[in-house]
Design a protein. Sequence first.
Length: 293
Amino acid sequence: MFRDRSSPVVARCGSAAALALALALVLPSCGPMEVRVPRVAQPSTGKFQYGKFVWFDLATSDVDAAKRFYGELLGWKFSDLAQGDAGYTVVENRSRMIGGIVADPEAGDASLWIGSISVPDVDRAAEQTREAGGVIHDPPQELLDRGRTTFVTDPQGAAVSFLRASGGDPPDREPAAGDFGWVELWTSDLAGSLAFYVSLGYTAGGLQIRGDEPYRVLKVAGEPQAGVVELERDDAGSGWLPYVAVDDLSATLERTVALGGQVVVDPDPEFAEGQAAVIVDPTGAALAVFVAE
């Protein structure tokens, strides 16, 4: 969705290493097969769309602030699941589960949205990450209901989870307001990032959207699954940026500021006809908002 930026957004996303154990506070703390988080597809589909981002979790030190912000901004609803001394919150949009919030007391102002990619073999994806120079923060493990998962940072430092979901992946649908609708990798090492994700099974291509330079995408079976944006600053790091659909971009950006968030990348008429922007919530997590076609 967005073009080349030397933005503070990915500098935040690039702080993923500081959240290396974010999910570990909730997911593995009770040992294998003891923690229950919901399936990503309800009802179950029994079908998998490998390479698709099927879930997003927000790791944050201030769950209440995140719930207030996103509830008022996007109309999301929340259900809290008790996990002993830890906590996990399910995010719902229009009565459908779309993500979660992980309580991470160590996050500080470095809260982060972490996407889960559907893969056929979680253990193999983790090992490929390690072999390529990435870091495995949560070893592959089975979670009741959710499936087999692992949390890593890729060789360029972008945080991501790999998931083989129990019950299959959610079906494709056109994003309504409040739904996740796209995701981009913002990276200062374009060649390295593309090479790594191609090694996981993607093909790298381009879409001619506007201007002379093609918009780079990662595809599976010819279908675009994610965009890749090259950053101008070599020290900007690398991070995944999810996009959420909204009905009215201007009103959303006004409410973002009124609710204590920031607009860090304004709408740009040179791309997406000015119908997208990047915000940072009051807990420090970056998120893009866009007007769905």
